[in-house]
Design a binder for this molecule. Structure first.
Ligand code: AMP
Length: 211
């Protein structure tokens, strides 16, 4: 089963993908994670993407489409969760074409619904481990030792694009480019909205009922 998991920044896509990987043996393709890895490894693609990401803008379609295509070609016929991809109409079209070429199909587009004020609280308080990517929140889930990751002992930091001045740009990019994908997937009968509020376990229970 191949699933698009989408929603505004801070909706919990990464957290829910991690749970789906753990419980349903799915494979995640997170374009955000792939881009951050490219930046960390100082590749040409990473350098190109960084300027967009730091500002909270979307990275050009062709860059992310190319990245996803590489993973799909190498690993086809897995159960994929597309996390944070597609984010634009051209990306959605490209995904449909790529899947068709590889004799695969999309089964669901699950949308995580979270009210705006909760998104802001989640994003401004989010912290991540620089090494393993584990996520924390200053209020609801702080690491046991300040700024040290519980999982791997790495440094826990605030993502540069979770700073307050960048969050506004990310939310606007979401509204303009990604929100319209609701209708795109609705028209294909793939769309399902899932209440993204509450604990990650509660959200996971709701999500897994749709799979
Ligand atoms: P995320 O980790 O999914 O919140 O993504 C972080 C940032 O990476 C976004 O704000 C964009 O700058 C970039 N990004 C991730 N996925 C995409 C995508 N599918 N299309 C364009 N930019 C993306």
């Amino acid at each position: 089963m191949n699933v698009v998991l989408f929603g505004p920044p801070g909706a919990g896509k990464g957290t829910q993908s991690a749970l789906l990987i753990e419980h349903k043996s799915m494979k995640q393709i997170s374009t955000g994670d792939l881009l951050r890895a490219a930046i960390k490894n100082q590749t040409a693609l990473g350098q190109q993407a960084k300027s967009y990401m730091d500002k909270g803008e979307l990275v050009p379609d062709q860059v992310v489409i190319g990245m996803v295509e590489e993973v799909l070609k190498a690993d086809k016929h897995q159960n994929f969760i597309f996390d944070g991809f597609p984010r634009t109409a051209p990306q959605a079209e490209a995904l449909a074409e790529m899947l068709k070429r590889l004799d695969m199909k999309l089964d669901r587009a699950l949308f995580l619904e979270v009210p705006y004020d909760q998104l802001l609280t989640r994003l401004t308080g989010r912290r991540v481990c620089r090494s393993c990517g584990a996520t924390y929140h200053v209020q609801s889930k702080p690491p046991k030792v300040d700024a040290i990751c519980d999982v791997c002992g790495g440094e826990v930091i605030q993502r540069p694009d979770d700073k307050e001045d960048v969050i506004g740009t990310r939310l606007k990019a979401y509204e303009k480019n990604t929100e319209p994908l609701k209708d795109y997937y609705r028209a294909q009968g793939l769309f399902q909205s899932v209440d993204g509020t509450g604990t990650s376990e509660e959200v996971y229970q709701r999500l897994s009922r749709e799979l």
